[in-house]
Design a binder for this molecule. Structure first.
Ligand code: NAP
Length: 330
């Protein structure tokens, strides 16, 4: 039973503090995918009590949203979920760029509603800030959609504290989606304090650092085709060995102190930062969700946070963030 949930006044269904991320299900940038397995994974997640499902139009250029829509249409699952999608990345000839103009948003919302087979999006998020459009104009465009009932809660992703402040001058802001995991902590300087102070729901993405914190990653793992981990600087030597050594020591700490897996510990490490924290976990098959329950019903102490910091200091000599994923500006 997943008992840890977050309430949002705009959304009828409480948000479980673990959400299923569906980027890989789009079929691009993760070495291919199997739609039947994706549908099975989404349905399994909902049946296991996960309410939060996160997708985006750009994931497989509409494909992830279509798969999510198909999975939720069966068995009345749509009404049990908090469906989060995004807007404001445009693509042409396989190339992606940012576009937060009200015109683009107006078009995209209709495309997403159709692909997701729904009449409302529970959490609608600007995927990346677009410096060519004033944030206030973008926020007003989402506010209009909220007033029309097409979207319920408003969110941003990859926004700075200053950009969230600008947004809040014209529209409510309910959620923020930054990268956050034990290895990627850039948000701790100002984005996270801002979010916690303003009681924003934080949908932390890359919660298990693209598998590095799954407890199953090894040097022997080979990535295929277009898998982004072929270019991810954390997965290239000499850094890969450093991150794998850190993962080993973290796994030992989790086992010795709690009898828990590294994956459950890594999720707990995010959740215990604050009561509005949630973790997005990109599972690609039902068995990858086996450890969901293990992440609930216990808490980390201040000593655990200090121990994690000590392990990172000892092992990671060349830290690097997730910047390689940022799409170009226009
Ligand atoms: P993630 O959750 O850190 O890692 C996902 C990968 O970890 C999976 O594709 C899988 O890869 C591996 N994995 C998952 N469960 C596992 C398990 N039990 N055992 C072993 N390996 C396991 O990364 P993510 O998918 O990038 O992030 C999660 C979600 O956040 C995304 O799906 C998306 O919804 C969101 N996101 C948002 C943004 C944004 O800009 N807003 C950016 C990135 C992600 P293999 O099976 O191939 O090993």
């Amino acid at each position: 039973m997943i008992t840890e949930k977050i309430s949002c006044d705009e959304i009828p269904t409480p948000i479980t503090r673990i959400g299923l991320g569906t980027w890989a299900m789009g079929g691009a940038m993760w070495g291919g995918t199997d739609d039947l397995e994706s549908i099975e994974t989404i349905q399994h997640a909902v049946d296991a009590g996960i309410t939060l499902i996160d997708t985006a139009p750009v994931y497989g250029f509409g494909h992830s949203e279509e798969v999510v829509g198909q999975a939720l249409a069966e068995g009345g699952r749509r009404d049990k979920t908090v469906l989060a999608t995004k807007v404001a990345l445009e693509w042409a000839d396989g190339k992606v760029h940012r576009n937060s103009s009200p015109k683009r948003i107006r078009k995209e919302v209709e495309d997403s509603l159709r692909r997701l087979r729904t009449d409302r999006i529970d959490i609608y998020q600007i995927h990346w800030p677009d410096s060519s459009v004033p944030i206030e104009e973008t926020a007003e465009a989402l506010l209009r959609l909220q007033r029309e009932g097409k979207v319920l809660a408003l969110g941003v992703s990859n926004f700075s504290a200053q950009q969230m402040e600008a947004w809040s001058s014209v529209a409510p802001l309910h959620t923020t989606q930054p990268p956050y995991n034990i290895f990627e902590r850039e948000i701790e300087s100002d984005i996270l304090p801002y979010a916690l102070e303003h009681k924003l729901i934080v949908l932390s993405y890359g919660a298990i650092c693209r598998g590095l914190l799954s407890g199953k990653m090894s040097r022997a793992r080979k990535f295929q085709g277009d898998d982004l981990r072929l270019k991810d600087p954390k997965f290239l030597e000499p850094r890969l060995s450093q991150y794998l050594s850190a993962a080993d020591l973290l796994a030992q700490h989790a086992q010795a102190n709690y009898g828990k897996s590294l994956l459950a510990f890594a999720i707990r490490w995010i959740l215990d930062r604050g009561e509005t924290m949630a973790a997005l976990w990109g599972a690609r098959n039902p068995s990858q969700l086996d450890e969901v329950e293990e992440a609930f019903g216990w808490k980390l102490s201040a000593d655990d946070y200090a121990a994690v910091d000590g392990i990172l200091r000892k092992t990671i000599r060349d830290p690097v963030g997730p910047e390689f994923m940022a799409p170009p500006v226009r």
